[in-house]
Design a protein around this ligand. Structure first.
Ligand code: MN
Length: 271
């Protein structure tokens, strides 16, 4: 759902993909062999099932619904993911790193439990990153950011917002009325900075993510699994992965086959 035409980032959130549930076309929606990332943090959030994460730091971590995996690539990391227990359904989120940390060390955090809040109207909220209504997640943030999973019954909720943040709503289940608009799964509702609250109405049980942050203030270049600032940086990362440069991308412990990078379309043909 992100990036979309005309919108690259919401705060530092630069990629949002709801994965699964499995169907006949895609029986295992999460079986991704070793592949690299640069310049971003991946946040993995499961709705159903279990997944196994391995990475070039030597991490081997099972993740379950309600838990957060946050992997920060810095200059370069490799990882693999496997759905360990179907049915699998989850959200993959990427967060662009700012100039201050994007050339730095890689890191991995697993948060086995996260702060939860009961809302006035019998809804509940889990704080993935940042803070919401006074509760703060311990997850790393490199820029001012918020990510909350909200479950609400039928009715009206007013979400408090940080006025310096731009925000997006990502519907996971049900539907919401936001202003005069209906927001359903598959749609991203975008809200510019400057709002201190947002009234939303659900016409039945609904579950959604509130994502927000300070506008990144930097133009990013995204290609394949890389977040950089220009094509030269993307080309360097492409070559390092294809050349198995272990100074940049250490080996990933995984039984799955390694994923080759496609050739960047801006490079001249080989030969
Ligand atoms: Mn990945």
């Amino acid at each position: 759902m992100l990036p979309t035409k005309g919108r690259r980032t919401v705060g530092a959130w630069c990629f949002v993909d709801v994965i699964g549930p499995a169907d006949a076309q895609e029986p295992d929606p999460l079986e991704v062999g070793p592949h690299p990332h640069i310049g971003l943090s991946t946040a993995t959030w499961l709705l159903e099932g279990e997944a196994l994460h391995t990475d070039s730091l030597g991490t081997e971590q099972v993740i379950r619904p309600g838990q957060l995996n946050l992997m920060t690539a810095g200059r370069g990391i490799g990882h693999a993911e496997l759905a360990a227990r179907p049915p699998f359904r989850g959200v993959q989120l990427w967060i662009a790193q700012p100039e201050g940390t994007r050339h730095g060390a890689n890191a991995f955090e697993h948060h086995a439990s996260l702060p939860q809040l009961d809302l006035e109207d019998d809804g509940s909220a889990t704080i993935l990153v940042g803070s919401f209504v006074g509760a703060r997640s311990a997850a790393r943030t490199d820029t001012a950011l918020v990510g909350v999973d909200l479950s609400v019954p039928r009715g009206r909720t007013t979400l408090p917002l940080d006025t310096s943040f731009e925000h997006a709503l990502v519907l996971l289940d049900g539907r919401l009325q936001v202003g005069g608009e209906v927001v359903e799964p598959g749609w991203l509702a975008l809200l510019p900075a400057g709002r201190s609250e947002l009234p939303v109405s659900a016409d039945g049980d609904a579950r959604y993510l509130l994502l927000g942050g300070e506008p990144l203030g930097e133009r990013i270049a995204m290609w394949w699994n890389f977040v950089a600032r220009d094509q030269d940086e993307l080309t360097d990362a492409y070559r390092a992965w294809q050349d198995r440069d272990t100074d940049r991308f250490a080996p990933v412990p995984s039984q799955l086959p390694r994923i080759d990078a496609p050739r960047p379309p801006w490079l001249p043909d080989e030969g």
